[in-house]
Ligand binder design. Structure first.
Ligand SMILES: NC(=O)c1ccc[n+]([C@@H]2O[C@H](COP(=O)([O-])OP(=O)(O)OC[C@H]3O[C@@H](n4cnc5c(N)ncnc54)[C@H](O)[C@@H]3O)[C@@H](O)[C@H]2O)c1
Length: 335
Protein backbone atom coordinates (compact mmCIF):
# COMPACT_ATOMS: atom_id res chain seq x y z
CA UNK A 1 0.00 0.00 0.00
CA UNK A 2 1.29 3.51 -0.91
CA UNK A 3 2.63 5.48 2.05
CA UNK A 4 0.29 8.20 3.29
CA UNK A 5 1.19 11.75 2.37
CA UNK A 6 2.24 13.72 5.43
CA UNK A 7 1.27 17.39 5.88
CA UNK A 8 2.70 19.26 8.87
CA UNK A 9 1.65 22.76 9.93
CA UNK A 10 4.44 24.40 11.95
CA UNK A 11 2.34 27.27 13.34
CA UNK A 12 -1.00 28.91 12.68
CA UNK A 13 -3.06 31.96 13.58
CA UNK A 14 -6.50 30.30 13.50
CA UNK A 15 -8.17 29.22 16.74
CA UNK A 16 -7.92 25.61 15.59
CA UNK A 17 -7.36 23.68 12.37
CA UNK A 18 -10.23 21.21 12.80
CA UNK A 19 -11.68 22.09 9.40
CA UNK A 20 -8.32 21.46 7.69
CA UNK A 21 -7.88 18.19 9.63
CA UNK A 22 -11.29 16.96 8.39
CA UNK A 23 -10.49 17.98 4.80
CA UNK A 24 -7.15 16.18 4.95
CA UNK A 25 -8.71 13.07 6.53
CA UNK A 26 -11.09 12.89 3.55
CA UNK A 27 -8.02 12.73 1.28
CA UNK A 28 -6.33 10.08 3.43
CA UNK A 29 -3.56 12.50 4.43
CA UNK A 30 -1.55 12.15 7.63
CA UNK A 31 -2.11 15.65 9.09
CA UNK A 32 -0.42 17.23 12.11
CA UNK A 33 -0.43 20.80 13.34
CA UNK A 34 1.73 22.51 15.98
CA UNK A 35 2.42 25.94 17.44
CA UNK A 36 6.21 26.06 17.01
CA UNK A 37 6.68 29.81 16.56
CA UNK A 38 8.72 30.03 19.75
CA UNK A 39 10.25 26.53 19.51
CA UNK A 40 13.91 25.73 18.89
CA UNK A 41 14.93 24.84 15.34
CA UNK A 42 15.73 21.37 16.62
CA UNK A 43 12.16 20.89 17.81
CA UNK A 44 10.75 22.19 14.52
CA UNK A 45 13.06 19.73 12.72
CA UNK A 46 11.79 16.82 14.81
CA UNK A 47 8.15 17.64 14.08
CA UNK A 48 8.64 18.24 10.34
CA UNK A 49 11.25 15.56 9.51
CA UNK A 50 8.79 13.16 7.85
CA UNK A 51 6.59 15.75 6.12
CA UNK A 52 5.93 15.79 2.38
CA UNK A 53 4.33 19.21 2.71
CA UNK A 54 5.14 21.85 5.35
CA UNK A 55 2.67 24.69 5.90
CA UNK A 56 4.22 27.64 7.73
CA UNK A 57 3.06 30.94 9.13
CA UNK A 58 5.88 32.63 11.09
CA UNK A 59 8.46 29.87 11.76
CA UNK A 60 11.74 30.50 9.93
CA UNK A 61 12.41 27.94 7.19
CA UNK A 62 16.22 27.91 7.08
CA UNK A 63 18.70 25.83 5.06
CA UNK A 64 19.59 23.86 8.23
CA UNK A 65 15.95 23.03 8.84
CA UNK A 66 15.46 21.96 5.23
CA UNK A 67 18.54 19.72 5.50
CA UNK A 68 16.82 17.85 8.35
CA UNK A 69 13.89 16.94 6.10
CA UNK A 70 13.76 13.44 4.64
CA UNK A 71 11.39 13.96 1.73
CA UNK A 72 9.68 17.36 1.83
CA UNK A 73 8.74 18.56 -1.65
CA UNK A 74 6.59 21.58 -0.86
CA UNK A 75 6.52 24.50 1.60
CA UNK A 76 3.34 26.57 1.64
CA UNK A 77 3.60 29.95 3.34
CA UNK A 78 0.33 31.01 4.95
CA UNK A 79 0.18 34.62 3.70
CA UNK A 80 0.97 37.05 0.91
CA UNK A 81 4.69 37.34 1.73
CA UNK A 82 7.42 34.75 2.28
CA UNK A 83 10.28 36.61 4.00
CA UNK A 84 10.64 33.80 6.56
CA UNK A 85 11.31 31.15 3.92
CA UNK A 86 14.81 30.92 2.39
CA UNK A 87 13.54 30.49 -1.16
CA UNK A 88 17.01 30.24 -2.78
CA UNK A 89 17.95 27.43 -0.39
CA UNK A 90 14.64 25.67 -1.09
CA UNK A 91 15.23 25.97 -4.85
CA UNK A 92 18.76 24.53 -4.48
CA UNK A 93 17.25 21.55 -2.66
CA UNK A 94 14.45 21.01 -5.19
CA UNK A 95 11.79 22.05 -2.68
CA UNK A 96 8.88 23.99 -4.18
CA UNK A 97 7.61 27.06 -2.34
CA UNK A 98 4.07 28.35 -2.68
CA UNK A 99 2.36 31.33 -1.08
CA UNK A 100 -1.16 32.79 -1.02
CA UNK A 101 -1.05 36.31 -2.46
CA UNK A 102 -4.70 36.22 -3.54
CA UNK A 103 -6.76 35.82 -0.36
CA UNK A 104 -7.15 39.47 0.64
CA UNK A 105 -7.00 41.50 -2.56
CA UNK A 106 -10.44 43.03 -2.03
CA UNK A 107 -9.64 43.87 1.58
CA UNK A 108 -6.38 45.68 0.71
CA UNK A 109 -8.01 47.57 -2.16
CA UNK A 110 -10.89 48.49 0.16
CA UNK A 111 -8.37 49.68 2.78
CA UNK A 112 -6.71 51.87 0.13
CA UNK A 113 -10.13 53.39 -0.57
CA UNK A 114 -10.81 53.77 3.16
CA UNK A 115 -7.50 55.63 3.62
CA UNK A 116 -8.15 57.79 0.56
CA UNK A 117 -11.55 58.83 1.92
CA UNK A 118 -10.21 59.25 5.45
CA UNK A 119 -7.48 61.57 4.13
CA UNK A 120 -9.59 63.56 1.69
CA UNK A 121 -12.49 64.02 4.15
CA UNK A 122 -10.03 64.38 7.11
CA UNK A 123 -12.15 61.93 9.10
CA UNK A 124 -9.90 61.29 12.12
CA UNK A 125 -8.84 64.92 12.33
CA UNK A 126 -12.52 66.02 12.12
CA UNK A 127 -13.25 63.95 15.22
CA UNK A 128 -10.71 66.08 17.08
CA UNK A 129 -12.43 69.20 15.73
CA UNK A 130 -15.74 67.86 17.00
CA UNK A 131 -14.35 67.11 20.46
CA UNK A 132 -12.71 70.57 20.67
CA UNK A 133 -15.92 72.25 19.47
CA UNK A 134 -17.98 70.34 22.05
CA UNK A 135 -15.58 71.47 24.78
CA UNK A 136 -15.67 75.09 23.55
CA UNK A 137 -19.44 75.16 22.90
CA UNK A 138 -19.07 76.52 19.37
CA UNK A 139 -17.84 75.18 16.03
CA UNK A 140 -14.26 75.77 14.95
CA UNK A 141 -13.67 74.08 11.61
CA UNK A 142 -10.40 75.90 10.88
CA UNK A 143 -8.00 72.99 11.56
CA UNK A 144 -9.54 70.78 8.83
CA UNK A 145 -10.07 73.45 6.18
CA UNK A 146 -9.52 73.23 3.23
CA UNK A 147 -10.73 69.91 1.81
CA UNK A 148 -11.22 69.09 -1.89
CA UNK A 149 -13.82 67.16 -3.83
CA UNK A 150 -12.81 63.62 -4.80
CA UNK A 151 -15.07 63.71 -7.84
CA UNK A 152 -12.92 64.98 -10.70
CA UNK A 153 -9.64 64.43 -8.82
CA UNK A 154 -6.75 62.38 -10.26
CA UNK A 155 -5.69 59.17 -8.55
CA UNK A 156 -2.19 57.91 -9.34
CA UNK A 157 -1.76 54.15 -8.96
CA UNK A 158 1.82 52.90 -8.74
CA UNK A 159 1.75 49.15 -9.47
CA UNK A 160 -1.34 47.83 -11.21
CA UNK A 161 -1.25 44.11 -10.42
CA UNK A 162 -3.81 42.18 -8.37
CA UNK A 163 -4.47 44.87 -5.74
CA UNK A 164 -3.66 47.98 -7.79
CA UNK A 165 -6.07 46.93 -10.55
CA UNK A 166 -8.82 46.16 -8.01
CA UNK A 167 -8.26 49.58 -6.44
CA UNK A 168 -8.63 51.03 -9.94
CA UNK A 169 -11.90 49.14 -10.58
CA UNK A 170 -13.40 50.06 -7.20
CA UNK A 171 -12.52 53.75 -7.72
CA UNK A 172 -13.95 53.84 -11.25
CA UNK A 173 -17.35 54.55 -9.70
CA UNK A 174 -16.26 57.72 -7.90
CA UNK A 175 -15.80 60.05 -10.87
CA UNK A 176 -12.01 60.20 -10.57
CA UNK A 177 -9.40 60.28 -13.35
CA UNK A 178 -6.43 57.93 -13.28
CA UNK A 179 -2.71 57.98 -13.90
CA UNK A 180 -1.10 54.57 -13.72
CA UNK A 181 2.60 53.75 -13.47
CA UNK A 182 3.57 50.12 -13.99
CA UNK A 183 6.44 49.57 -16.42
CA UNK A 184 5.98 45.80 -16.28
CA UNK A 185 2.36 45.64 -17.40
CA UNK A 186 1.95 43.79 -20.72
CA UNK A 187 0.13 45.45 -23.61
CA UNK A 188 -2.50 42.71 -23.35
CA UNK A 189 -3.09 43.46 -19.66
CA UNK A 190 -3.26 47.21 -20.34
CA UNK A 191 -5.78 46.62 -23.13
CA UNK A 192 -7.78 44.34 -20.81
CA UNK A 193 -7.90 47.03 -18.13
CA UNK A 194 -8.50 49.75 -20.73
CA UNK A 195 -5.58 51.86 -19.44
CA UNK A 196 -2.44 53.61 -20.60
CA UNK A 197 0.57 53.94 -18.32
CA UNK A 198 2.77 56.95 -17.56
CA UNK A 199 6.21 57.37 -16.03
CA UNK A 200 6.60 57.93 -12.29
CA UNK A 201 7.39 61.66 -12.55
CA UNK A 202 4.29 62.38 -14.66
CA UNK A 203 2.15 60.47 -12.16
CA UNK A 204 3.63 62.25 -9.12
CA UNK A 205 3.43 65.73 -10.69
CA UNK A 206 -0.22 65.39 -11.65
CA UNK A 207 -2.00 63.22 -9.08
CA UNK A 208 -4.15 64.43 -6.18
CA UNK A 209 -3.81 61.02 -4.55
CA UNK A 210 -0.90 58.62 -4.98
CA UNK A 211 -1.46 55.02 -3.89
CA UNK A 212 1.32 52.41 -3.77
CA UNK A 213 0.70 48.80 -4.86
CA UNK A 214 4.04 47.34 -5.94
CA UNK A 215 6.06 44.58 -4.28
CA UNK A 216 8.96 45.66 -2.07
CA UNK A 217 12.25 45.01 -3.86
CA UNK A 218 15.54 46.77 -4.60
CA UNK A 219 13.83 48.93 -7.21
CA UNK A 220 10.88 50.00 -5.05
CA UNK A 221 12.60 50.34 -1.63
CA UNK A 222 12.18 53.99 -0.58
CA UNK A 223 10.65 54.77 -3.98
CA UNK A 224 8.95 57.58 -2.03
CA UNK A 225 11.73 59.76 -0.61
CA UNK A 226 12.46 63.49 -0.25
CA UNK A 227 13.03 63.84 -3.99
CA UNK A 228 9.94 61.94 -5.20
CA UNK A 229 7.65 63.33 -2.48
CA UNK A 230 8.70 66.83 -3.59
CA UNK A 231 7.39 65.94 -7.07
CA UNK A 232 3.86 65.59 -5.63
CA UNK A 233 1.35 68.47 -5.51
CA UNK A 234 1.26 70.32 -2.15
CA UNK A 235 -2.45 69.41 -1.97
CA UNK A 236 -1.83 65.67 -2.65
CA UNK A 237 -2.10 62.62 -0.39
CA UNK A 238 0.15 59.55 -0.28
CA UNK A 239 -1.44 56.17 0.52
CA UNK A 240 0.63 53.09 1.39
CA UNK A 241 -0.99 49.69 1.94
CA UNK A 242 1.84 47.75 0.26
CA UNK A 243 5.02 47.49 2.35
CA UNK A 244 6.53 49.97 4.81
CA UNK A 245 9.92 49.88 3.13
CA UNK A 246 8.58 51.63 0.06
CA UNK A 247 8.50 54.98 1.87
CA UNK A 248 11.37 56.79 3.59
CA UNK A 249 9.35 57.69 6.65
CA UNK A 250 11.70 60.43 7.88
CA UNK A 251 11.35 62.18 4.53
CA UNK A 252 7.56 61.70 4.66
CA UNK A 253 7.38 63.11 8.20
CA UNK A 254 9.37 66.18 7.11
CA UNK A 255 7.04 66.64 4.11
CA UNK A 256 3.93 66.37 6.30
CA UNK A 257 5.31 68.86 8.82
CA UNK A 258 6.39 71.33 6.09
CA UNK A 259 3.13 70.89 4.12
CA UNK A 260 5.13 69.72 1.09
CA UNK A 261 2.13 67.40 0.66
CA UNK A 262 -1.28 67.54 2.38
CA UNK A 263 -1.33 64.19 4.14
CA UNK A 264 -0.73 60.45 4.14
CA UNK A 265 -2.67 57.25 4.83
CA UNK A 266 -0.39 54.46 6.01
CA UNK A 267 -1.09 50.81 6.93
CA UNK A 268 2.43 49.33 6.72
CA UNK A 269 5.70 50.01 8.53
CA UNK A 270 9.38 49.17 8.08
CA UNK A 271 9.47 47.95 11.69
CA UNK A 272 6.25 46.30 12.85
CA UNK A 273 4.67 47.34 15.04
CA UNK A 274 6.33 50.77 14.75
CA UNK A 275 8.37 52.09 17.70
CA UNK A 276 6.94 54.77 20.02
CA UNK A 277 9.25 57.27 18.26
CA UNK A 278 7.78 56.50 14.82
CA UNK A 279 7.85 59.98 13.24
CA UNK A 280 4.24 60.03 11.95
CA UNK A 281 2.64 59.35 15.35
CA UNK A 282 0.88 62.49 16.55
CA UNK A 283 0.72 64.18 13.14
CA UNK A 284 -2.88 65.23 12.41
CA UNK A 285 -2.38 64.88 8.65
CA UNK A 286 -1.26 61.23 8.93
CA UNK A 287 -3.97 58.55 9.06
CA UNK A 288 -2.40 55.38 10.47
CA UNK A 289 -3.84 51.85 10.64
CA UNK A 290 -2.12 48.80 12.21
CA UNK A 291 -1.22 46.65 9.15
CA UNK A 292 -4.69 45.17 9.02
CA UNK A 293 -5.49 45.70 5.33
CA UNK A 294 -5.34 41.96 4.80
CA UNK A 295 -7.91 41.18 7.46
CA UNK A 296 -11.56 40.34 7.20
CA UNK A 297 -13.50 37.35 8.50
CA UNK A 298 -14.00 36.36 4.85
CA UNK A 299 -10.28 36.60 4.02
CA UNK A 300 -9.48 34.38 7.00
CA UNK A 301 -11.67 31.63 5.54
CA UNK A 302 -10.45 32.24 1.97
CA UNK A 303 -6.81 31.65 2.90
CA UNK A 304 -7.71 28.37 4.62
CA UNK A 305 -9.56 27.16 1.53
CA UNK A 306 -6.73 28.19 -0.80
CA UNK A 307 -4.12 26.35 1.28
CA UNK A 308 -6.20 23.17 1.31
CA UNK A 309 -6.67 23.62 -2.44
CA UNK A 310 -2.88 23.92 -2.89
CA UNK A 311 -2.34 20.71 -0.89
CA UNK A 312 -5.01 18.88 -2.91
CA UNK A 313 -3.35 20.06 -6.14
CA UNK A 314 -0.04 18.69 -4.84
CA UNK A 315 -1.68 15.35 -4.07
CA UNK A 316 -3.38 15.23 -7.49
CA UNK A 317 -0.26 16.39 -9.35
CA UNK A 318 -2.12 19.39 -10.77
CA UNK A 319 -0.16 22.09 -8.93
CA UNK A 320 1.46 24.38 -8.23
CA UNK A 321 -1.29 26.83 -7.33
CA UNK A 322 0.80 29.95 -6.61
CA UNK A 323 4.52 29.12 -6.94
CA UNK A 324 7.31 31.34 -5.63
CA UNK A 325 10.04 29.27 -7.38
CA UNK A 326 8.24 27.94 -10.49
CA UNK A 327 11.48 26.48 -11.88
CA UNK A 328 11.42 23.76 -9.20
CA UNK A 329 7.95 22.62 -10.21
CA UNK A 330 8.95 22.68 -13.88
CA UNK A 331 11.96 20.45 -13.17
CA UNK A 332 9.68 18.08 -11.31
CA UNK A 333 7.35 17.82 -14.31
CA UNK A 334 10.14 17.33 -16.83
CA UNK A 335 12.01 14.86 -14.71
N1 LIG B 1 -1.23 45.66 3.87
C1 LIG B 1 -1.52 44.38 3.72
O1 LIG B 1 -2.12 43.76 4.63
C2 LIG B 1 -1.16 43.66 2.44
C3 LIG B 1 -1.78 42.44 2.14
C4 LIG B 1 -1.48 41.81 0.92
C5 LIG B 1 -0.54 42.38 0.06
N2 LIG B 1 0.07 43.54 0.41
C6 LIG B 1 1.09 44.16 -0.47
O2 LIG B 1 0.43 44.79 -1.58
C7 LIG B 1 1.40 44.93 -2.63
C8 LIG B 1 0.75 44.58 -3.97
O3 LIG B 1 0.38 43.19 -3.96
P1 LIG B 1 -0.24 42.50 -5.28
O4 LIG B 1 -0.72 41.16 -4.87
O5 LIG B 1 -1.13 43.44 -5.98
O6 LIG B 1 1.09 42.34 -6.17
P2 LIG B 1 1.17 42.00 -7.72
O7 LIG B 1 2.45 41.28 -7.91
O8 LIG B 1 -0.10 41.36 -8.20
O9 LIG B 1 1.26 43.45 -8.41
C9 LIG B 1 2.37 44.28 -8.26
C10 LIG B 1 2.44 45.17 -9.50
O10 LIG B 1 3.49 46.11 -9.29
C11 LIG B 1 4.18 46.28 -10.54
N3 LIG B 1 5.51 46.82 -10.32
C12 LIG B 1 6.64 46.16 -9.94
N4 LIG B 1 7.65 47.02 -9.81
C13 LIG B 1 7.16 48.26 -10.11
C14 LIG B 1 7.74 49.54 -10.16
N5 LIG B 1 9.03 49.76 -9.88
N6 LIG B 1 6.93 50.59 -10.50
C15 LIG B 1 5.62 50.42 -10.79
N7 LIG B 1 5.02 49.18 -10.78
C16 LIG B 1 5.79 48.13 -10.43
C17 LIG B 1 4.18 44.89 -11.15
O11 LIG B 1 4.38 44.94 -12.56
C18 LIG B 1 2.77 44.39 -10.77
O12 LIG B 1 1.82 44.70 -11.81
C19 LIG B 1 2.60 44.08 -2.25
O13 LIG B 1 3.62 44.91 -1.74
C20 LIG B 1 2.05 43.20 -1.13
O14 LIG B 1 3.06 42.79 -0.25
C21 LIG B 1 -0.22 44.20 1.56
Amino acid sequence: MAEKISVVVTDYIETDLDWEAAEMARRGVDFACYQLKAASEQEVAEKTRHADVVVVNMVKITPTLMDSWEKCKLVIRHGAGYDNVDVDAATERGIGVEYVPDYCMHEVAEQALALIFACVRKVAWSRKVLDDSVARGEWDFAPVIPMFRLDGATVGIIGCGRIGSLTYHKLEHFGVKFLICDPYLSDKRKAGLGIETVDLKTLLNNSDIVTLHTPLNDETRHIMNAETIAMMKPSAYLINTSRGGMVNVDDLAAALKNNTIAGAGIDVYEKEPPSPDYPLLGLDNAVLTPHLSWYSKDAEQTIREKIVQAINMFIDGTGPRMPVNPEVFQTGKDG
